[in-house]
Design a protein around this ligand. Structure first.
Ligand code: UTP
Length: 235
C-alpha cells in the first residue's frame, strides 16, 4: 500500500487575504481564475477556504472607530465584510460550494462532509480569518494551511519598506510565533502576515503553514496540492 504523504493525508485549508482578493487591479480576471482553480482542486482535495476583508473591512472599521464603536462592534463589521467576499467567491465557484457562507467552525465542518470546496469568512469577534482557518485546520486535522497573502513568504524584515529584507524559506514555529507576537497589535483590522491565535493554534496542533503570494495562481495551486512551490514553510 502506498505511504500516505502530506499531500494526501487530510483536507487542506486555504486562507486568502482580502488584500489579495480585491486590489483594484485585474480583480475580475483574478476572481474568475481563482474560482476555477478552487473548483478544480476541490474535486480531488477536500478544501476549505477563508476569505479576508482587506481594505474594505479596514475602511469600515476606520469609520466605525471614528464613530466610537467598541472593538467588538468593529470586529462584527469586519466579519460582515469577510462574509461578503466569501459570498462573492462562492457564487462564482458554484455548487457544491454553499452560497451562504457557514457562520461557525462547526457549520463549515458539516458543509465539508457534503461537498468541497467550502468557502467562508469570519466567525466571531477577537481574531481574523487566518484564525478561523487555523481553528478549522486543527479541527479537521488538515494536512496543511496555505496562507495566500500579498507577499511571497516570510521575510526577516518588512519587504514593503526595507529593500534589504531577506526571505526565509523555512521557519520554525518558535521563530514564527515570536515574530507574530512581537508585531501584531491585536485591535480590529490589525494583522501581521498571520494572526496570533492562528499561529498558536497551528503550532500546538503541529500543522504546517505554507505561505504563498495569493495572486501567483500557479504557486497557489502547487502549495494546495502539496507540491514544491515558491514561498515559505513554517513547520
Ligand atoms: P481579516 O481576516 O480580513 O483580517 O478580517 P485582516 O488582518 O484585515 O486581513 P487581510 O488584510 O484581509 O489579509 C478583517 C477584520 O474582521 C474582524 C477583525 O476585526 C479583522 O481585523 N474579524 C474577522 C473578526 O473579528 N473575527 C473573524 O473571525 C474574522
Amino acid at each position: 500500500m502506498p505511504r500516505r504523504t502530506s499531500s494526501t493525508a487530510g483536507p487542506v485549508v486555504v486562507s486568502i487575504g482580502g488584500s489579495v482578493l480585491l486590489t483594484g487591479d485585474g480583480d475580475r480576471e483574478y476572481l474568475i481564475a481563482l474560482a476555477d482553480l478552487l473548483r478544480g482542486i476541490g474535486r480531488s482535495v477536500r478544501l476549505v477556504v477563508t476569505t479576508g476583508g482587506g481594505r474594505t473591512a479596514r475602511e469600515y472599521i476606520r469609520i466605525g472607530r471614528g464613530l466610537g464603536l467598541t472593538e467588538v462592534e468593529l470586529d462584527e463589521i469586519g466579519i460582515e465584510v469577510t462574509r461578503l467576499h466569501a459570498r462573492l467567491l462562492a457564487a462564482r465557484v458554484g455548487p457544491p460550494a454553499p452560497p451562504h457562507p457557514p457562520g461557525t467552525i462547526a457549520e463549515a465542518v458539516h458543509e465539508l462532509a457534503r461537498g468541497s470546496p467550502v468557502i467562508l469568512g469570519g466567525t466571531e469577534p477577537g481574531h481574523t480569518t487566518d484564525g478561523v482557518a487555523a481553528l478549522l485546520a486543527a479541527r479537521l486535522r488538515a494536512a496543511r494551511l496555505v496562507n495566500a497573502t500579498d507577499v511571497n513568504g516570510v521575510y526577516d524584515r518588512d519587504p514593503r519598506t526595507d529593500p534589504k529584507a531577506v526571505r526565509l524559506d523555512r521557519v520554525t514555529w518558535s521563530e514564527f510565533r515570536s515574530m507574530v507576537h512581537a508585531l501584531a497589535s491585536g485591535g480590529a483590522g490589525q494583522n501581521f502576515l498571520f494572526d496570533r491565535l492562528g499561529a498558536d493554534t497551528l503550532a500546538r496542533a503541529g500543522i504546517p503553514l505554507w505561505i504563498v503570494h495569493g495572486r501567483d495562481l500557479a504557486n497557489l495551486d502547487a502549495a494546495i496540492r502539496g507540491l514544491p512551490f515558491d514561498g515559505s514553510r513554517v513547520e
